[in-house]
Design a protein around this ligand. Sequence first.
Ligand SMILES: [Zn+2]
Length: 77
Amino acid sequence: MPRRRRHEPRPKLPESGVLDWTSSAHWSREERPCRYCGKLTHLRDSARKPAHKTCAEDALRRQAEEAAAAYESARLA
Ligand SMILES: [Zn+2]
């Protein structure tokens, strides 16, 4: 698996709002606490951090909304 550079932007949420985590890169044998909700998960996000898929989707959606809101308020200022 290629290593991500630290400053590389986070993956964007697809139009469908659903991430494709079918790749084995998103699976670990070891259960770890989700970085968002703290419940145990075998899943890993694109940075290999423990995360539920639904939690990551919610986080990406929230980031997109916050970015849009920040852009909107900067544009109106
Ligand atoms: Zn979670």
